[in-house]
Design a protein. Structure first.
Length: 248
């Protein structure tokens, strides 16, 4: 266990001068009393941590297999949070929902780590992008992404991949009872509309993960979510990964 680290130079967003940034990071690491327990990726530098998720062999194997793109590998800790949320949700009744599945990487890792065969999994996304959309585009957005995600989950008959605007696309299929909801659409109005539609279906104790709650570029989502959950008396836990976790 001692000595576990995760340090990557390929995924720190918001950096203006990478050579200067990494020189500074290297100098910082050189000042530490121990060179163990260090995490550096995804806008987060931490040290003196146990990083127990790196000892979860099933999770690490799934992540190593499916996280191929630099940003997919960089959000390792965020993905570990989703795995925790899935395990917690399995203690409750209901199915799983992900709004903004993109290429399906995060949920594929979750499903290879946690046995969800007894639950239905609903994945929603537009899968394409046009300039007038409020959220930013991702590299794989395009006419082929929807079919690619469907193929990715074809071996799992309990998975529904649904294309369209959320929450309108819920008309094509949505669980009656939900134990897990991952919201990651980079769009405040869409995320609030999704929560409005899903709230009556959330099981007591359901786990909700908001991907960008703590990310400064998505402050509109942060403020909208704070107001929405405050109205319902549900405390939000903001965590250093930039995510938020709510137990319903």
């Amino acid at each position: 266990m001692p000595g576990l680290n995760f340090i990557t130079k390929r995924y720190h967003w918001g950096v203006r001068d990478y050579p200067k940034f990494w020189k500074t990071v290297e100098e910082l690491l050189g000042t530490l009393q121990s060179d163990a327990g260090i995490f550096s990726a995804d806008g987060l530098i931490a040290w003196g941590r146990n990083l127990g998720f790196l000892e979860d062999d099933v999770f690490v194997q799934a992540w190593s297999k499916h996280a191929v793109a630099p940003h997919e590998r960089g959000i390792l800790w965020r993905t570990a949070v989703l795995v925790w949320a899935a395990r917690q949700a399995m203690r409750r009744e209901g199915d799983f929902v992900e709004c903004g599945c993109y290429a399906g990487t995060s949920m594929r890792i979750v499903m290879d780590t946690v046995d969800l065969s007894s639950r239905r999994v609903f994945l929603y996304d537009l899968f394409e992008h046009s300039p007038e959309m409020a959220h930013h585009s991702m590299p794989r957005h395009g006419p082929d992404l929807y079919e690619s995600v469907r193929e990715r989950f074809a071996p799992s008959p309990n998975v529904w991949v649904i294309k369209g605007f959320v929450p309108d696309s819920f008309a094509l299929g949505v669980p009656e009872k939900i134990a897990f909801a991952h919201i990651d659409m980079n769009n405040a109005p869409a995320e609030i509309a999704a929560l409005d539609a899903l709230a009556p279906r959330l099981a007591p104790g359901a786990v909700i993960v908001l991907d960008d709650f703590g990310q400064l570029p998505y402050q509109a989502q942060h403020l909208a979510h704070r107001a929405w959950f405050a109205e319902r008396g549900a405390p939000i836990l903001e965590i250093p990964t930039g995510q938020a976790v709510i137990v319903w």
